[in-house]
Design a binder for this molecule. Structure first.
Ligand code: EPS
Length: 383
């Protein structure tokens, strides 16, 4: 089954991704991957580095003549900003130029320093950085390529930045993808988008940062993907794990999860009808999962991102060397990365869904998987 591993530090020479378990015969284009990586770099509120970083890719294995071979796919993303960091991040023995001893509240710094017995937060923060999500995007892109061969399309949008919310109820479809990507905050509603930009600019002027909420929707999934019998194969549980693994994500919601918790049962579920051909629903409060399996309705999940913890108006902390009160370390950073988090959330949703589709329709080639899916759809049609 599809699995992946990433390596590399934020300011190191490169990020590396190995994706293993893809079927053979999957179409792949380097230009397509480069475009997906570019989607993740954009968004109002990103810092100076994102205007400079180019994500130069090199494919080292697993692909021949534009198709996967079934062997592990290995991709290197070079950090084009590396020349500015080669001394600070040198792999050769030697002292650091300057230890970072003032951990940022909210970041991995202090817990990591305690865990790994280091007084230099750079040993920790370099890997904790969300730069790593570029490497995940490689795995997500390949998962999306597989899903598109199986008729599944994924779209994401921003539903809140700080306290500015997009209007409720507008669930985008794959046809909206271009328009969403054209918005600097990846939101469909233009008024809400403008208000979000104003909020980000105000936070920047205030030397502060902003979090927000993104939503990912997957279309085209058949019912029954996931499991009601295994705690570790429940699709919503696996999605929550995937989304919570993204840097700075602090909450996940499936469908109208939080609202239905406050509703009576008569208002919380999606009643079942039949139109003579198919089972139908008039609502999708469940977000497309029931009992840990897809229901056949669009899958809809949200992830909430906390504000970035590198705050230019620094927060209280303690110097780990002297144990005296001081202000947290500051490094060039983003004011708001919520638009990029939506693109990253798409990748994690794609990876989890691709894994569960493989579990159900697995085969050595894309054609084998398509045949198994078609067989299943035929069975459903005669149910
Ligand atoms: C990040 C801080 C910023 C972001 C970076 C993630 O980097 P720097 O400190 O070098 O300016 O630009 O994001 C990326 C490099 C990326 O590719 O997303 C952080 O602290 O997580």
């Amino acid at each position: 089954m599809l699995r992946f591993l990433t390596a590399g530090e934020s300011h190191g020479p490169a990020l590396v991704t190995i994706v293993e378990g893809l079927p053979a015969g999957l179409s792949f284009s380097g230009a397509g991957l480069a475009a997906e990586l570019a989607r993740r770099r954009h968004g109002h509120g990103r810092g100076g580095r994102m205007r400079l970083e180019q994500d130069e890719i090199e494919i080292l294995g697993g692909i021949r003549f534009g198709r996967t071979l079934g062997s592990p796919v290995a991709v290197v993303i070079r950090n084009t900003e590396w020349p500015k960091w080669d001394e600070e991040m040198s792999p050769e023995p030697g002292p650091t130029r300057r230890d970072v001893t003032t951990p940022r509240p909210g970041h991995a710094d202090l817990a990591g320093m305690l865990k790994y017995d280091t007084h230099d937060a750079r040993d920790i923060l370099e890997r904790a950085s969300a730069r790593e999500t570029a490497a995940r995007t490689v795995a997500g892109y390949l998962a999306k390529c597989l899903l598109s061969e199986l008729g599944v399309a994924i779209v994401s949008h921003v539903v809140a930045i700080g306290d500015v919310e997009a209007p409720e109820g507008s669930v985008p479809t794959p046809e909206d993808r271009e328009r969403i990507d054209e918005s600097p905050v990846r939101v469909l509603d233009e008024d809400a988008g403008r208000a979000m930009i104003v909020a980000i600019d105000a936070a920047k002027a205030d030397r502060d940062t902003l979090g927000g909420v993104v939503e990912v929707i997957a279309y085209g999934l058949p019912p029954g993907v996931g499991s009601h019998v295994h705690f570790d194969r429940k699709l919503d549980a696996r999605l929550a794990e995937g989304l919570m693994s993204i840097q700075a994500i602090k909450a996940v919601e499936v469908g109208d999860g939080l609202r239905t918790a406050r509703s009576p049962g008569s208002m919380a579920h999606d009643e079942i009808y039949h139109d003579g051909e198919d089972f139908t629903r008039r609502t999708n409060r469940s977000g497309g999962t029931e009992g840990g399996m897809t229901s056949g309705a669009p899958l809809r999940v949200r992830a909430a991102m906390k504000p970035i913890s590198t705050v230019m108006r620094p927060l209280d902390t303690v110097d780990v060397g002297t144990k005296t009160a001081t202000k947290a370390f500051r490094e060039r950073s983003d004011v708001c990365a919520v638009p990029a988090a939506g693109v990253v959330a798409e990748q994690m949703v794609a990876i989890v869904i691709a894994q569960e589709m493989q579990r159900k329709f697995g085969g050595d080639t894309v054609g084998d998987m398509q045949a198994a899916l078609e067989h299943y759809r035929k069975r459903l049609a005669s149910f």
